[in-house]
Every structure is written in C-alpha cells, then in structure tokens.
Design a protein around this ligand. Structure first.
Ligand code: FAD
Length: 454
C-alpha cells in the first residue's frame, strides 16, 4: 500500500463524504476492519461508513481513480471473506438503514444496510414480509444481489423475485434507477449477479401478507428413513410450506433432552404461511416421521422465526455447497452415516426448493437454477491438519450427490470454475455483457467475480 496514495485518498474522502471516514489509527477501525468470515489480518487503507448514495459515489470514485481495491459491505456475512480488503477501500453500508413502507402499494423502499431481521421486524408491524434467508443478521444488500433463499421461498420465490427496482451506483459513478422498464439489463444482472455490476444503494421490494405463521423448529432422529421421508414430504408439500433441515450431532440445546445431545438429529426450521388448520395437517405428517426429540413448531409472528443470533469467530471448516437432484434411500443412508460418524462434527443442510421460485423463467434473472429441486450444504469441522485431510476426503465423496451447479451466495473462495458454475449457459454470456457495459474495468472484482473479459 503506497502511503502517499492512501493519505491522499483518505483526505479527499474526508472532504466529500458526509459519513465517517476512518483511518487505521482511528476509533472503531479495529472493530470494523474485518468480519468473522473475513481475513483476520486484513487492514483496509481506509473505511468509509457511507450515509447516502452520494457517499457511495465518492467511495467508488476514490477506488476508480486510485486503483485501490474496493470492498462493498452491507451485512458483512460473505462466507468468502469479501466483506473486507487488505490495503484497499472498505465501503461499509451498515449505517444506511432507511426504510419507507408504502402500505397502499404494498412495497418497501430501503437502503441496503438493514439486516433481514431488522427489515422483517419493521414491515412485520404491518403484517407484511419479504423473504430473505434463515438468519436475521444477514444483510439485505448481499443476500439480494446473490438471489436470496429462505423460509418464504416456496411461497413467494427468491428474494429477487420480490425485487421491483434498484438504485445502483455503477463503476463510472452514475446513479441509475433500474427496473423491468429502465436499464433492464442492469436490473437483470443485479438480480443474482452477486454485486458484479455496481453498488446497490436502494431496493424496492414487494411486501407480502405474512403475519402469523405456523413455524419453528422440529428436531427428529437423523435416521436414513427420516431423512428420506422428510425430503419427500417437503417436496410434495403445498407451496405455503418452506423448510430448511440441518443434519448434525445434536448440540446441547436446553429444549432437547440431555440424553439426545451428541446424537445425530435432523433439526428443521419450518414456516407454513397458509391457514392454521391446513398448516397443522401438513405439519402433522412431518411429526409422524418419528417421535420428535423436540417440537417448537407453533403459531408465531413471522419475524420471530429469526433468532437474532450473532456470528462468532468461525471455527476451521471445509465445506461444499450446491444443488442436488434427489435424495432417495441411498443418499439418505450416506448422509445419516456421515453425520453419525464418531469423532466427526459435520453438518448437512438440505433446502427443498420448488414452488414459486421454480415458476419463474430461468432467463428472467441472473439466478438461473430454477429447476433445481434442492440445495445441499456440506460442512465439516476440522480438528487439525490430519483431520482436515479426512474431512476433505468425505467432502469429495459426498459431493457425488451434488450436480455441479453452484449458488453464488453459498460459494467460498473456490476459484473461477465454481463461479462459472453459478451462471449456466446464456446466463454467463448475458452477465459478461452487462459487466462490460456497467463495469468494463472490473472495479467491482472483490466478489464472486464475472470478469468483463468473460
Ligand atoms: C450465517 C449465515 C446464514 C446465511 N443464510 C443464508 C440463507 O438462508 N439464504 C441465502 O440465500 N443466503 C444465506 N447466506 C449467504 C448470504 O446470503 C451471503 O453471504 C450474502 O452475501 C451476505 O450478505 P451480507 O450483506 O450480509 O454480506 P456482505 O459481506 O456485506 O456482502 C457480501 C457480498 O455481496 C456484495 N454486496 C453486498 N452488499 C452489496 C450492495 N449493496 N451492492 C452490491 N453488492 C453488494 C459484495 O460483493 C459483497 O462482497 C448466509 C450466510 C451466513 C454467514
């Protein structure tokens, strides 16, 4: 990092930015410079805590003109460590939390610094919701530009399927309002392109009438029969039901009997948005798969589904995410065995997709995996280098269940081939075209990068 360039950039930012400009020796630098999943030693040359779109324009100009790397952070949950930069400019949108609700039109216009939990808590006061993921602390900025899969996906589609418009600062500093009638190619690329075409500074979402839901956690024994049955029921269930199931050794949860702790369990989050009686009937079939170890499914306000958990330091893990075509008896049996292996802490997450997300044409957004029936995330905790090698062998084997396609929000630092796998066929070509138009110099490269050269 050239100290003359960075001093100059910092000075210029101080003159033009309304939000805070934080240099390495200043208050809050240490807490803001990285995130649990970011490189622990990363030291940005300067941090800009933007307050407005105009601040974002200034930070983008500073990066473009200085050549310094630009990190764009909304909620800071990038699993690939893209929420910070070593020696570059960290543009932190975490203070941009304005939200306006239009009850008549049932829309919300928001800045990207809100978390999914904060957003749904606010719109939930009106009995409305937009679907993001399963974790309240994830930023709406990052999850939206990748697609957004969660507990309303089968009912209302991905997050991007509820996105009506986006204000975007492109690489040359232009502020564009994009929707299906204006800068359509930009709007298409924002919806799943992973932040490759610009910084999104405002998002307009459709709000759905989601007030009380039947939802919560169900903990079942993770036998092969239960796993297979769960996937079968979740796939056949009405669109009102979305599920996310984690297979793992049972953590020491106070609401699960102590003798179950450490045993392999299927711990599912379920949300049913339909009428209570129908929801109860659907949920009954899941309960009858096996005697539940714990059953916290109850009528609740939708925002209460988020537990407000805070990410701590990340333990050493190896992981692989992707789509799976089926989980039949054979796959279920392999998964049950994987999480029951003594001395191995492994988590397998299964998200059954379909429903409204599958009814959107694959060409409509930059997220094209509309026909994929489910997502799988395979995670193994490593206890030293020897164990790491063992867990990597398991990942390699278990990855046989994945079909090779990737979801950009669940990618780590896995190389260009895996980014390519997130954008099949014509989607890649169209994204490259949008990149050439809106970011020909690849200013926005600290992401799952789609280079303008293709
Ligand atoms: C605990 C946890 C749970 C998760 N659960 C889910 C889930 O249920 N469903 C799901 O779909 N995903 C989930 N994810 C993945 C998550 O969607 C991505 O990691 C997402 O990128 C996080 O967004 P963020 O704003 O918090 O992260 P950040 O680190 O701030 O941003 C990540 C990347 O997104 C881009 N970006 C962020 N903000 C903007 C913006 N305003 N404009 C343009 N580009 C931007 C940048 O490239 C940035 O590097 C989860 C991740 C974690 C860590």
């Amino acid at each position: 990092m050239n100290p003359l360039i960075t001093a100059d950039v910092t000075e210029r930012l101080r003159q033009h930015v309304a939000g805070r400009v934080i240099a390495p020796d200043e208050t809050d630098y240490e807490t803001l410079r990285t995130t649990p999943a970011g490189a622990p030693d990363a030291r940005p040359a300067v941090i800009v805590r933007a307050r407005s779109t105009a601040d974002v324009v200034q930070a983008v100009a500073a990066a473009r003109e200085s050549g310094l790397e630009l990190a764009v952070r909304s909620g800071g949950h990038s699993g690939a460590g893209h929420s910070t930069t070593d020696g570059g400019i960290l543009l932190d949108l975490g203070e941009m939390k304005e939200l306006e609700v239009d009850l008549e039109r049932r829309t919300a216009r928001v800045q990207p610094g809100l978390t999914a939990g904060e957003y749904n808590e606010a719109v939930g006061r009106h009995g409305l919701a937009t679907g993001f993921g399963d974790t309240g602390s994830v930023g709406i900025g990052g999850i939206t530009v990748g697609g957004g899969m969660g507990l309303l996906t089968r009912r209302y589609g991905l997050t991007i399927d509820s996105l009506l418009a986006a204000e975007v600062v492109t690489a040359d500093g232009t502020v564009l309002e994009a929707d299906t009638d204006h800068h359509e190619d930009l709007f298409w690329a924002v919806r799943g392109g992973g932040g490759n075409v610009g910084v999104v500074t405002r998002l307009t979402f459709r709000l759905h009438p989601v007030d009380e839901v039947l939802g919560g956690m169900l903990v079942l024994p993770a036998t092969a029969e239960v796993i297979e049955g769960f996937v079968r029921l979740a796939t056949a269930a009405p669109d009102e039901l979305s599920t996310i199931a984690n297979l793992m050794p049972c953590p020491p949860l106070p609401f699960v009997p102590a003798e179950v702790h450490g045993r392999p369990v299927l711990m599912a989050q379920l949300v049913h948005t339909g009428p209570l009686e129908a929801a109860r009937r659907t949920l009954e079939s899941f309960r009858s798969l096996a005697e539940p170890y714990a059953d916290l499914v109850r009528p609740m306000r939708y925002p209460d589904i988020f537990q407000g958990e805070e990410a701590g330091p990340m333990p050493e893990v190896v992981s692989r995410g992707g789509f799976a075509r089926r989980i039949g008896a054979q796959e279920a049996s392999a998964l049950a065995e994987a999480v029951a292996t003594p001395g191995s802490a492994r988590i397998v997450q299964i998200r059954v997709l379909g429903g409204a997300a599958a009814r959107v044409d694959a060409a409509e957004t930059a997220f094209a995996h509309r026909d994929q029936p489910m997502m799988l995330m395979l995670v193994a905790f490593c206890d030293g280098p020897e164990d790491r090698a063992r867990q990597e062998r398991w990942l390699e084997e278990a990855s046989g269940m994945l079909d090779g396609a990737a979801y950009v929000n669940f990618l780590g630092r896995e190389g260009p081939e895996r980014v390519r796998a997130a954008y099949p066929g014509a989607t890649w070509d169209r994204l490259v075209e949008a990149k050439r138009r809106y970011d020909p110099g690849n200013l926005f490269r600290l992401n799952q990068n789609v280079p303008p050269t293709g």
